[in-house]
Design a protein around this ligand. Structure first.
Ligand SMILES: Nc1ncnc2c1ncn2[C@@H]1O[C@H](COP(=O)(O)OP(=O)(O)OP(=O)(O)O)[C@@H](O)[C@H]1O
Ligand SMILES: [Mg+2]
Length: 490
């Protein structure tokens, strides 16, 4: 909130309320913008108070509000013109209004506060209007804003809408990946049930290539998701998106990423990779290279679908519900167990390499899949199913889950708890026998059994089968068979 007090005294302008450097600079911009728009402010003593005082104000988006409040305090526009309106924008020296970050969040806030109208820079307005909240008035200059407020030259509210150009963005097609049928199937299962997935294989086998095709298999973003995704990205984008994003994000942070970079932070908290992946895919390529604490920090988002950043002055929550996809080589040289490559790594090195990723994170990955190197035959072979065909099966399987878990966010099998297993994951008698045999033979843990049942439920859903049959359990067991080789109990 911006409050302005004008009184007699030395002509000067003071801004209070923990303004950071950019806010103080706004004093100069505001002064010159007002002058250049042809308004005249007599030199008086002015105190501008930014409330609440204990919250840091960042950025230049307060310029417009400061300018208009200043004009009201000088009696150039009536106070009533500002009532019930939220005003946001950065001013250029010439009075033009430049785009800001987080326009969507501002329109959302204004709507929730029950205000009647929000004025935003023109490039921000369409996107903010897509929210469907209170009218969003697009303004290009201070002069335009004033004429609108005085009802001299009212501006029509922005219409909003989704940007077809953004929607048409290309996602690489699954058909371009030759061979690797098992890995492609695992992607399909992961997409269908919301399961996390780990690829293990030698260099150049196509792990990264496969991973980039996961967003194309996920169902399209619905409006609420699209708004949430756009809000987060608007906070960090150099150039704020002008419309709603419709593409599921695919984030592939560098292994050197810090904990703050991963889950968010900073003195002015910003969302991290986990939140930027919200609604889409967080891809951790070269998993063992990541800092351990950065990986550990993913525990909260993986469990709760959000990140809490605590600061002395504020406690912020960012949504962070993503599909986790990880890839790694089986050893430092990458060729352990590879029929075509020769592994030169001593056994203890292999052990150490793998132990870096054991533990809590691995525990939260339902599907572990080997991606062997492709043969020349496979590379020259015919292409497999295109993304669209697989995505259609995923969508059908997701529909079944939506009916099953109507009240749940997200309505996917991966979010089932122990109590759901009894209700939804009853295998047929033969399937139960297979599961019991695997338990003994593979030395699986009780937790691994739960995983297998959940994944089997997803596989049955992909087959549009109400019961979980032997074939479904058999496939699900395959996705755990690396447990023992990885040295984890799963
Ligand atoms: N199955 C495949 N079908 C077609 N091309 C492939 C396949 N696998 C790999 N390639 C080709 O090899 C390149 C390298 O593959 P990619 O980067 O996905 O390997 P990777 O498994 O991630 O390796 P690394 O372990 O070194 O990260 C791809 O860009 C692609 O051109
Ligand atoms: Mg790779």
């Amino acid at each position: 909130m911006v409050e302005v007090d004008v009184h007699n005294g030395l002509p000067q302008m003071i801004i209070v309320g923990l303004a950071d450097a950019s806010v103080r600079e706004s004093r100069e911009r505001v002064r010159s913008a007002i002058k250049n728009c042809g308004f005249d402010l007599p030199p008086r003593a002015v105190v501008i108070n930014l409330a609440p005082a204990d919250l840091r104000k960042e950025g230049n988006h307060l310029d417009l509000a400061i300018a208009l409040a200043l004009m009201a305090a000088h009696g150039q526009i009536p106070d009533s013109a500002l009532e019930g309106r939220m005003l946001c924008g950065e001013l250029g020296l010439d009075g033009t209004i430049r785009p800001i970050r987080g326009g969507l969040s501002i329109a959302d806030l204004a709507t929730r506060e029950g205000l009647r109208e929000v004025l935003l820079p023109r490039p921000n307005a369409d996107q903010a209007a897509a929210l469907g909240g209170i009218p969003v008035i697009p303004v290009r200059s201070l002069g335009e804003a004033v004429s609108h407020l005085l009802d001299e030259d009212p501006i029509d509210a922005a219409q909003g809408g989704l940007d077809p150009l953004v929607a048409a963005l290309e996602v690489p097609d699954l058909a371009e990946v030759r061979g690797q049928e098992a890995a492609k199937r695992a992607l399909e299962v992961a997409a269908a049930g919301g399961h996390n997935l780990l690829f293990i294989g030698p260099p150049g086998s196509g792990k990264t290539m496969l991973a980039r095709r996961l967003p194309g298999l996920l169902p399209p973003l619905h409006l609420a998701e699209s708004i949430a995704v756009t809000k987060i990205h608007s906070l960090v984008a150099e150039e704020p998106p002008s419309r709603l994003l419709q593409q599921r994000p695919f984030r592939s942070p560098h292994p050197g990423v810090s904990t703050a970079g991963m889950i968010g932070g900073g003195s002015i908290p910003r969302p991290g990779e986990a939140s930027l992946a919200h609604g889409g895919v967080l891809f951790l390529d070269e998993l063992p290279e990541f800092h351990r604490d950065a990986l550990e920090s993913l525990r909260q988002p993986l469990e709760e679908g959000k990140v809490t950043v605590v600061r002395t002055r504020a406690r912020l929550e960012f949504p962070a519900r993503f599909a986790l996809l990880a890839a790694m080589n089986p050893c430092p040289c990458g060729h352990f167990g590879d029929v075509r490559g020769q592994c030169r790594c001593p056994a203890p090195t292999v052990e150490r390499y793998r132990s870096r990723v054991s533990g809590p994170l691995l525990d939260r990955i339902d599907l572990h899949v080997e991606v062997p190197s492709v043969s020349l035959e496979e590379l020259r072979g015919r292409s497999g199913e295109p993304t669209a065909v697989v995505a259609a099966r995923v969508l059908a399987a997701r529909d079944l889950q939506r009916q099953r878990f109507a009240q749940r966010v997200p309505p996917v099998n991966a979010s089932m708890g122990p109590e759901d297993l009894e209700t939804w994951c009853r295998p047929s008698d033969a399937a139960r026998r297979l599961l019991d045999a695997a338990f003994e033979r593979l030395g699986l843990s009780a937790r691994a059994m739960t995983r297998i049942l959940k994944v089997a439920r997803t596989i049955a859903d992909l087959a549009q089968s109400e019961t979980i049959e032997t074939a479904h359990v058999a496939e699900a067991i395959q996705y755990r068979s690396l447990d023992r080789r990885m040295g984890g109990g799963g």
